[in-house]
Design a binder for this molecule. Structure first.
Ligand SMILES: *[C@@H]1O[C@H](CO)[C@@H](O)[C@H](O)[C@H]1NC(C)=O
Length: 293
């Protein structure tokens, strides 16, 4: 496997697979100093991260899409656990950023640097139903040369349900963030709700951010952050990422952005098995997802 020899090395922190460079940088990440006015965008991978980042940035820029073109989305919101020496790490980028800062992470509540809790930061969490998330992550690992090869779909199914993917178990991630939502300033959103009623959900984000934009601006943000627009937007579609890191000839970074694509991948037997595993792992959680619109 050529990836393992080059970039695709993974190590674990508390049973959670992470990029080796992230683990090498772990003490810097854990000692990160959050500030009380930080807003942290939190997601499990493949759950609408770029989408919510663009929505937040459009709100911050009062709906001015030209100002949102100032840099690629990866550089607008530092990714705190990101590390690829000799480039500045996510922590370095965050430290260099003037406040108020919007940052992003895929870390679970268990691995999040404690200063975020101590400083009572705002957390914006987006959750996506597990089946679509699994499908999206599978295609992402096919094209992302930094992550391990996913193997066959059947193999990937096992890897995913066992939480042996980068950033760990989907089940632990969503339930962990769901459980802290009332104790901290968490706006907990669902990918499927944003898809179904983007204006309503974007309005919630705007209110959470303490902004007050008019209806016309909200309508514009809905338009500018549609999947079709973002797929053709070079500042969000990863077209500047070299092929050696993301090979979009294998699968696009902006692939489908729909709800229910799992039906094109799961066999009837896999779906039954998944439902059984899901019931066991999600037992005791009150979180409810919808997996079709
Ligand atoms: C990204 O957007 C640019 C500009 O619209 C477009 O030419 C390019 O094909 C898009 N890239 C991908 C991978 O979709």
């Amino acid at each position: 496997d050529h990836r393992t020899e080059t970039l695709g090395t993974e190590m674990e922190v508390a049973g959670v697979p992470l990029q080796a460079a992230t683990v090498d940088n772990w003490s810097q990440i854990q000692n990160f100093e959050a500030k009380p006015d930080d807003l942290l965008i939190c997601t499990y991978p493949k759950s609408g991260t770029t989408w919510i980042q663009e929505i937040v940035d459009m709100i911050e820029q009062d709906g001015d899409e030209v100002r949102c073109q100032r840099s690629i989305i990866q550089h607008r919101h530092p990714f705190i656990e990101w590390a690829r020496p000799p480039q500045p790490s996510g922590v370095d980028r965050a430290n260099a950023m003037p406040s108020p800062r919007t940052l992003r992470t895929h870390l679970s509540t268990a691995l999040l640097p404690t200063s975020f809790w101590e400083n009572h930061c705002k957390f914006l969490y987006v959750a996506r139903n597990a089946k679509d998330c699994m499908v999206s992550y599978y295609h992402f690992q096919r094209m992302n040369q930094v992550l391990p090869e996913p193997g066959t779909w059947e193999e990937y199914f096992e890897t995913f349900v066992n939480g042996k993917v980068a950033w760990g178990s989907w089940f632990d991630h969503v339930t962990g963030w769901w459980d802290v939502r009332d104790r901290h300033q968490v706006l907990f959103l669902f990918y499927e709700d944003i898809k179904r009623n983007p204006k309503q959900e974007i309005r919630k984000v705007m209110q959470f951010m303490g902004k007050d934009l008019g209806e016309a601006v909200l309508d514009k943000i809905v338009r500018e952050t549609s999947f079709e627009k973002m797929k053709e937007n070079p500042m969000t579609n990863r077209s500047t990422v070299p092929k050696s890191l993301m090979d979009q000839s294998i699968s696009s970074f902006m692939r489908k952005g729909t709800v229910g694509d799992w039906k094109n991948h799961f066999t009837v037997a896999q779906n039954e098995r998944f439902e059984k595993i899901y019931r066991e792992k999600m037992q005791g959680s009150s979180i409810r997802f919808c997996a079709e619109l």
